[in-house]
Design a protein around this ligand. Structure first.
Ligand SMILES: Nc1nc2c(ncn2[C@@H]2O[C@H](COP(=O)(O)OP(=O)(O)OP(=O)(O)O)[C@@H](O)[C@H]2O)c(=O)[nH]1
Ligand SMILES: [Mg+2]
Length: 372
């Protein structure tokens, strides 16, 4: 029996050899699904073997940013500049061999930046330290891509992340999969499907062993998006792109890079001299979309001085995760004032999404109300 790696390579080869048209799209969709399924298997097996020693990084601060780029583009130079952490920089590849964390203040939020070994093509298949690096990226809150004039292959860099199940600047597809024990597979949609027909969707589901249950499309999803939902292990992260060593770039180089990296809007920096780092930090803060939430004890006044800083899109449950654990355990409801509330003092549950400058009172069981 061929190894998982060989099976994946063989199917990739078949996809390359098959011309894409209406008649073959269903078949190609199934092949892609099979690859996604085999990759899941590969991941399960490599987890069983342990490994990843030296790559466990404790997250710290309000958000974690992963620095992703090819060797020698200047990642360590940037980390040292932004955070003062000492990560060795040198004019040869693979200077950095483990993950080096640093902390910086960004508009009042504390942000952890992770410097990592450079990625190489094939990283997601385990080349270099690729797989370990990519597993750390998966746990970050934002990807900071870095390229330079000598390493402009941004598409290749993005593909390594794609293959590791990281989706950048995309949101989770609105496709709901509910397995059942029997009854066959029903496919319904609330919108017109123009990119994927029901037969192809059924074929893809089969590759994941889904024969009974329902798939509901709430958006006009592609085969790739359905595969992502079925695989279930995708992470969706915001990302920005910095082009380093811009001290070496002529205006024509900049224009060419801008064209190559679309739809990303690159930020040109020079990590060594510190040029344009303010703009980079602003972009980071914007992409992380921090919100401030003020806690208010029941019947008291809100603490307007020290907001809790959370990521945009955070829910009550994310707020609870930042408070003493017994509050989460004894949580009964929360009262919310501000932009996320339909009316002042609305009673909400754990799923309620918060907005910037909301005021929140947490109510716990047995009449105990906190924070005091
Ligand atoms: N001209 C110029 N050189 C830079 C700049 N930033 C970094 N460098 C140089 O680029 C080389 C590589 O820098 P590093 O920070 O070690 O790069 P890295 O991405 O961490 O490399 P690896 O750890 O090997 O993946 C060093 O010689 C730096 O001095 C810059 O803004 N301009
Ligand atoms: Mg380095």
């Amino acid at each position: 029996m061929a190894s998982l790696e060989e099976q994946i390579a063989a199917i990739e080869d078949e996809i390359r050899r098959t011309p894409y048209n209406k008649a073959t799209s269903g078949h190609i969709g199934r092949l892609r699904a099979r690859i996604a399924f085999l990759r899941l298997e590969r991941e399960k097996r490599s987890r069983g073997k342990g490994g990843g020693i030296g790559y466990a990084v404790r997250k710290s601060g309000h958000a974690t940013v992963a620095l992703v780029g090819y060797p020698s583009v200047g990642k360590s130079t940037l980390l040292t500049r932004l955070t003062g952490a000492n990560s060795q920089a040198a004019a040869y590849d693979f200077t950095t061999v483990s993950i080096i964390p640093g902390m910086m203040d960004a508009a009042g939020a504390s942000v952890q930046v992770l410097d990592m070994p450079g990625l190489v093509p094939g990283a997601s298949r385990g080349r270099g330290r690729g797989r370990e690096v990519l597993s750390v990226v998966r746990s970050a809150d934002l990807v900071l891509f870095m390229i330079d004039k000598d390493h402009p292959d941004f598409r290749g860099l993005r593909e390594e992340l794609e293959d590791a199940g990281v989706r950048v600047n995309a949101r989770r597809p609105r496709v709901i999969v509910t397995p059942a024990a029997r009854g066959g597979l029903t496919i319904t949609s609330t919108v017109k499907l123009t990119r994927l027909d029901p037969e192809s969707a059924t074929g893809i589901a089969r590759e994941f062993g889904l024969h009974n249950g329902s798939i509901v499309f709430r958006e006009d999803a592609t085969a790739e998006q359905l595969i992502d939902v079925l695989a279930g292990n995708r992470v969706y992260l915001p990302a920005i792109l910095a082009v380093n060593k811009s001290d070496l770039l002529a205006p024509a180089d900049r224009a060419k890079i801008r064209e190559q990296v679309k739809p990303f809007e690159p930020i040109f920096i020079a990590a060594e001299s510190g040029q344009n780092l303010d703009e980079l930090v602003l972009a980071l803060v914007r992409a992380l979309a921090f919100i401030r939430v003020y806690l208010r004890p029941p019947g008291g006044e809100a603490d307007r001085v020290e907001p809790l800083i959370l990521r945009g899109g955070s829910r009550i449950q994310d707020l609870l995760a930042r408070l003493p654990p017994d509050l989460g355990k004894n949580f009964k409801a929360a009262l919310v004032w501000g932009r996320s509330a339909r009316f002042p003092g609305q009673t909400v549950g754990r799923d309620h999404a918060l907005a910037d400058e909301d005021v929140v009172t947490v109510l716990v069981q047995r009449g105990r109300a906190v924070p005091a």
